[in-house]
Write a protein that binds this ligand. Structure first.
Ligand SMILES: [Fe+2]
Ligand SMILES: [Fe+2]
Ligand SMILES: [Fe+2]
Length: 419
């Protein structure tokens, strides 16, 4: 009879307590890598880097989440992060201080992630594949994701200017030293032990840029086009360009909302990482559609407002303005665009809009974190709702010419009236 488990050896190196300590360390590393990448999105200018980080940080949120869940199996009584130890805290704080794109990418993909893969691989080789198959299996899947991430991260690093890469070498050596101070990530003797206050304990919060950075292709302006579009084709180009950029601005804002709130429950971070990745994909969907129409990023001016306006709001008002005002009130627009694509027989737009719409529904639902934040106090919720609308209205009065005031998507009515 075929025996699936015939080759599984019985003995492993680590016992349950040692495995739990390692799993807790993996959770901390993956969680903090997720959070840092989210925080960098608005700071680092390269569009393709934002895209790459969006996908990878979503994967890391799942890795971290699965490690946290595994901890309970390993006799720890609850889903709780454990203290990572001072050297690991210092390493993560150093990564967060990376001076620029090449430094961050080099530090993560040439220093930290390869060591993480080495630790996962060593642990997998040492653990008991039958007795500890849940860990063994999780290690295997995570290694596959991480190896792909490193290949992609290094490819992106290679595509950055040589001068930037050369300037980042000294910083990368500091990261390598900080890694050495931690020792092997797969050594339970140096790993975490008692519960920590949160998954990001001991980490700083860097200030947010007031405008999200863009690379040299882009130019900021005060409207989505320099002049009213001459025909339907040009209108479609303007809208695809505007939507690509607006979706990225949403991702950058979410990145900050994830990064700035280590005190929020772990599940909030997982939800936000998923929404962030969705918004990055939406940006790329509109970019590809734009390219299919014959346009490219940078053909039109961009408006920083979708990020710049909301980053100035406090957390509660920002949650309302993004999830319950922007995402929710944007739905009818989205459906209207789909109907007009159906009328003109644009099957590409129809399909992309259908999936974007499906993604946006849970984004509205993420507004439940505002209810959670307000402890389900309905009065407090109504106050935040009222104030958010009032702040918007005041902004609109003061910035009558600012195109972001006309619709959450930043549409200039004159452009849409052409339809
Ligand atoms: Fe990961
Ligand atoms: Fe979106
Ligand atoms: Fe969304």
């Amino acid at each position: 009879m075929y025996d699936l488990y015939a080759d599984y050896r019985l003995l492993g190196t680590f016992d349950v307590a040692q495995t739990a300590r390692l799993v807790a360390r993996y959770h901390y590393i993956e969680a903090q890598l997720m959070r840092m990448a989210a925080g960098k999105l608005a700071d680092l200018p390269e569009w393709e880097l934002k895209s790459l980080l969006g996908r990878h940080l979503w994967q890391d949120s799942l890795h971290a989440d699965r490690w946290l869940a595994r901890l309970i199996d390993l006799r720890w009584p609850r889903r709780a992060p454990l203290s990572p130890g001072e050297p690991l805290r210092r390493l993560m704080a150093l990564l967060d201080d990376a001076p620029g794109s090449a430094a961050f990418v080099g530090g993560i993909y040439r220093q930290v992630k390869p060591r993480l893969i080495a630790a996962y691989t060593a642990h997998r080789a040492a653990c008991a594949p039958l007795a500890d198959e849940p860990t063994w299996d999780l290690l295997g899947r995570t290694i596959a994701d991480e190896e792909e991430q490193v290949r992609q991260g290094l490819a992106l690093l290679e595509s950055l200017p040589a001068a930037d890469r050369a300037a980042a070498r000294d910083y990368e050596l500091l990261v390598a030293d900080a890694c050495e101070a931690v020792g092997s990530f797969a050594d339970p003797a140096t790993a975490a032990e008692r519960e920590a206050g949160g998954s990001f304990e001991g980490q700083q919060i860097r200030p947010a840029p007031s405008v999200a950075a863009r690379d040299g292709r882009f130019r900021f302006g005060t409207s989505a086009a320099d002049r009213p579009p001459v025909d339907d084709h040009e209108l479609a180009l303007v809208m695809a360009h505007r939507d690509a950029d607006n979706e990225m601005h949403a991702a950058e804002l979410l990145g900050r909302s994830l990064y700035e709130h280590p005190e929020m429950p772990w599940e909030y971070h997982v939800d936000t990482a998923r929404q962030l990745w969705d918004e990055v994909r939406h940006a790329l969907i509109y970019q590809r559609y734009l390219e299919q129409l014959g346009g490219k990023l940078g053909d039109f001016p961009i408006i920083p407002g979708n990020y710049a306006y909301r980053i100035a709001l406090d957390f509660a008002h920002r949650l309302y303005d993004l999830h319950l005002r922007g995402e929710k009130l944007g739905m009818p627009d989205l459906i209207r665009y789909r109907e007009s694509a159906r009328d003109r027989g644009d099957t590409h737009y129809l399909l992309l809009n259908d999936f974007v719409h499906a993604d946006e529904v849970p984004h509205v639902k993420n507004g439940r974190w505002l209810h959670w934040l307000l402890k389900d106090d309905r009065e407090a919720f109504r106050r935040i709702e009222r104030e958010t609308m009032q702040i918007r209205a005041a902004y609109e009065r003061e910035h009558a010419d600012d195109p972001i005031v006309f619709a959450y998507t930043g549409v200039v009515p004159a452009l849409l009236n052409e339809e």
